[in-house]
Design a binder for this molecule. Structure first.
Ligand code: GLN
Length: 468
């Protein structure tokens, strides 16, 4: 049958047959006698290491109950969604507060003048490239005409002039042949201090080694528009992590501050002038394309050097580290934080499930002064600090896997850079983490509790996970 022929009425594949909204249809459905889930594609709670196209039950082990793959699912409770009710309140019924637009006045930045039509011109040998997001009026050197191409990496302007010289990476890829990664690791000499990355602590108010106090030179005044760069959403946007940009912008606006989300499509140069850079999760191959694009102008590293903050989730976390695996090879990351990622490390870290999918809960590092952090994870990579790494883990894993190494941690925080395995989107479920990032850019901000829907969601999730 041709793919394009209409399906016959009553076909098993017709989605309408399963539409719970069909009149007279019971929802949630009763247990169906004889129902056996397919192995590897089982009901919630299935084996996270199991088969399935994504390495296991995609909704496995969560707060929504469910039986292990291969076992019959328990009959649903009378109303399994009871505990989520409060978060679906109609906006008109919400308690008054500075949350919706009708609360605090929204202050917008000055209108941006129209850019001249067409793309800016670039030099034949491009070094530090201007970006379409940089202020207009800048003199753009000549550039060949823009040509859309299928391969996003190939459209990068640096392709027209050869790769620019890169600044030195903080954490270089260790010179270990890939085959060694699955054998006992050779003892690695600790580099002498002169080779260590520059101390970042001197950016902080009291010059102490507390890395998480407010930076002395908060990069932005409260009056200027905070620019939030969403990096390569087509490549690093598989898991809804773009929501982190919305949360950051909204929490600024609720405080009467102006915010702008600058979406940087793959193939475009990354502006170095943003205040916060967000990198989300992605599949292995898009992840390699993202790393390639980011290494071309290293704008994020330059921005971090002048005080910008970075939140990198999962694939993004792996990409800002020293190295990561994809398709049987090891790729260079940005070296912004001192971690390396592999499919597995030597014992005692291995063996571990090939992929971890499910809820994750962290007790954040005490220096961050954050409440419990909630999210979900879906990754095959395992991440560990390099011997010379500075910074602290984002948190201790209370539920889930995180970095997947023996110390039971997730993520890494160093200066104004936060890498973690937590999707969610992270900031939607953990507004305190959003405010931590904002404080790195703006200094201490007025407290902003809630919103109440998020408090209700957090409470419901913690109850469902039997943590609260
Ligand atoms: N969720 C993700 O971003 C996945 C990251 C990476 N491709 C891994 O599987 O480890």
């Amino acid at each position: 049958m041709s793919l394009f022929q209409p399906e016959p009425r009553g076909s098993r594949n017709r989605r309408q047959d399963d539409d719970p909204r069909e009149p007279g249809r019971e929802w949630p459905p009763r247990e169906q006698p004889g129902f056996e889930p397919e192995p590897g594609f089982g009901p919630p709670g299935g084996d996270p290491a199991g088969g399935g196209p994504y390495g296991g039950a995609p909704y496995g082990g969560g707060p929504y109950g469910g039986a292990p793959a291969g076992q019959r699912q328990a009959p649903p409770a009378a109303d399994p969604y009871e505990h989520t009710r409060p978060i679906y309140q109609h906006p008109d019924e919400l308690p008054p507060g500075p949350y919706p637009a009708r609360g605090l006045p929204v202050r917008r930045g000055p209108a941006r003048p129209e850019l001249p039509p067409g793309r800016p011109e670039l030099p034949p040998a491009a070094g530090q490239l201007p970006s379409r997001a940089d202020p207009p009026g800048q003199a753009y050197p000549p550039q060949p005409p823009y040509q859309a191409q299928a391969n996003p990496a190939a459209t990068h302007p640096a392709d027209h002039g050869g790769p620019p010289a890169l600044p030195p990476r903080r954490y270089a890829a260790p010179q270990v042949p890939a085959a060694h990664l699955f054998e006992p690791a050779p003892a690695r000499p600790r580099p002498d201090d002169s080779r260590l990355p520059a101390r970042r602590d001197d950016a902080f108010a009291d010059g102490s080694s507390r890395q998480f106090s407010v930076p002395a030179r908060a990069r932005r005044s409260r009056e200027s528009t905070t620019r939030i760069a969403l990096i390569y959403p087509e490549l690093l946007g598989t898991y809804g992590d773009g929501g982190n940009a919305i949360v950051l912008a909204q929490r600024l606006r609720w405080r009467g501050m102006a915010a702008e989300v600058v979406s940087v499509p793959a193939g475009e140069p990354v502006p170095a002038s943003c205040d916060i850079y967000l990198l989300g999760g992605g599949e292995d191959e898009p992840q390699t394309l993202a790393a390639e694009g980011l290494l071309r102008n290293n704008a994020i590293t330059r921005a971090v050097d002048s005080g910008a903050a970075v939140l990198a989730v999962c694939a993004g976390y792996q990409v800002i580290g020293a190295t990561f695996p994809a398709g049987g090879k090891i790729y260079d990351g940005l070296g912004l934080i001192g971690v390396e990622t592999r499919r597995s490390f030597d014992p005692p870290e291995a063996p571990l499930p090939p992929r971890v999918v499910g809820d994750i809960v962290l007790d954040p590092d005490p220096s961050l002064r954050l409440p419990t952090v909630l999210g979900y994870e879906n990754h095959g990579g395992r991440t560990r600090p390099l011997p010379e790494a500075r910074g602290v883990p984002f948190g201790k894993v209370r539920l889930g896997l995180g970095n997947g190494i023996q110390d039971g941690t997730d993520g890494m925080v160093h200066g104004t850079v936060l890498g973690t395995y937590l999707h969610g989107p992270l900031l939607a479920q953990n507004p305190a983490v959003a405010d931590l990032l904002l404080s790195w850019v703006h200094g201490e901000l007025p407290p902003l509790p809630g919103p109440p829907e998020v408090d209700a969601l957090r409470a419901a999730r913690l109850r469902a996970l039997e943590i609260a």
